[in-house]
Design a protein around this ligand. Structure first.
Ligand code: SF4
Length: 357
């Protein structure tokens, strides 16, 4: 898509994993054709920004040649599938993902933002990540398929998961779901396809990361420089890179001593902040310096937004600071631009409020 700083290319590597050759190709792509930085999205995808019009075609050819992008645009658009990053080869998450990717053409066309979370580990880990169809572990230990926004899902037998997904997606389309755009906003009661089962209580992000086959590499504000990617790959123990929706990567096979890793519970990984001023012309405030200062002092999810558009986080955060006329408005449990509790605060006033002076 076109953005203020050139073309923005979103990449969803199959299985949310890049082998070493793909990761090297990504490094080349972002240094040769992009702005030298990789964005990690909260749907476990990658973004390259700042691509010039003349570079768009060779970049796509490179990504197709390395199987990071499907050569068929329609298949690519349907491949909005996120895996719990702690999957192992042959487990339920991996098995369902392979089956789904093979039959992705059977899933009916859905609104662009809709996606599938394959989260069939010991307990759900992606409950807070954006998805519309969720494969999860049910409270009875079996697999369920849950329509987002519903408390319970339908049980699915091994080998029938894709059939169940296709049936649920067809029901969504047939009952007018595309008008609402997302499953959670579609009010129709889901079809009865067996006795409904609740999912197991979710596992924390930290527990899931620690169970994964590799080490976590956090990325403040969800950005990683091409040089940092190269430094990860300079460790020959790193077999592959897995994406997560948690502002960080998992380096498969990495040894702890070889990498300065962010703690998965680092407060900075609970912070969203758009580029703000001076990088964005809409901003009248600098966002990231304030976010860095406040991160250790704010409980829960902090969002610092340069304006009411809220590009870095479309949802609600525990604390949200929205820039306006060179100052910030403060709200809680809200989206950027929501009616504030306090208006027109300077950064120093905010730091004092949170004990960060
Ligand atoms: S939220 Fe506003 S200031 Fe921040 S990047 Fe988006 S448009 Fe720019």
């Amino acid at each position: 898509m076109e953005a203020g700083d050139g073309w923005l290319i979103r990449i969803r590597p199959p299985l949310g994993r890049l082998d070493r050759a793909q990761a090297m190709a990504l490094h080349h792509a972002v240094t040769r054709y992009g702005n030298g930085r990789i964005d990690l999205t909260n749907r476990a995808a990658l973004q390259i920004r700042g691509v010039a019009e003349a570079n768009w075609q060779p970049l796509i050819e490179l990504l197709v040649a390395t199987s990071l992008v499907d050569p068929a645009p329609e298949r690519e658009a349907r491949r909005n599938v996120m895996l719990n990053p702690d999957w192992r080869e042959g487990d339920d998450t991996h098995r369902i993902a392979i089956a789904l990717l093979e039959r992705i053409d059977e899933v009916p066309g859905l609104p662009a933002k809709m996606g599938v979370a394959i989260d069939a580990g010991v307990a759900p880990a992606l409950s807070n990540a954006s998805a519309d169809f969720r494969f999860e572990r049910g409270a009875n230990g079996g697999l369920i398929l849950r329509a987002d926004g519903r408390a319970e899902g339908i049980p699915v037998e091994a080998g029938t998961e894709v059939d169940a997904l296709v049936a649920l997606a067809r029901w969504f389309v047939a009952t007018g779901g595309p008008i609402s755009g997302r499953m959670a906003r579609h009010a129709a009661p889901p079809p009865i396809m067996g006795t409904a089962v609740a999912p197991l209580p979710p596992r924390s992000r930290g527990e899931t990361i620690r169970a994964a086959d590799g080490l976590f590499r956090g990325a403040s504000f969800g950005q990683i420089e091409a040089g940092e990617l190269a430094s990860c790959l300079s460790d020959s123990d790193v077999r592959a890179i897995r994406l997560t929706p948690w502002r960080g990567l998992i380096l498969e096979g990495a040894r702890p001593a070889a990498h300065p890793f962010a703690d998965p519970d680092d407060p900075l990984l609970r912070v969203d902040a758009c580029p703000g001023s001076p990088d964005c012309p809409q901003a009248t405030v600098a966002t990231r310096p304030l976010a860095l200062r406040l991160a250790p002092h704010v409980e829960g999810h902090l969002h610092v937004s340069g304006c009411g558009k809220g590009c870095a986080c479309p949802g609600a955060a525990d604390v949200v600071l929205t820039g306006r006329h060179g100052r910030f408005d403060l709200a809680r449990q809200a989206r950027a631009g929501a009616p504030p509790l306090r208006e027109g605060l300077a950064p120093d006033q905010i730091s004092a409020l949170f004990g960060a002076s």
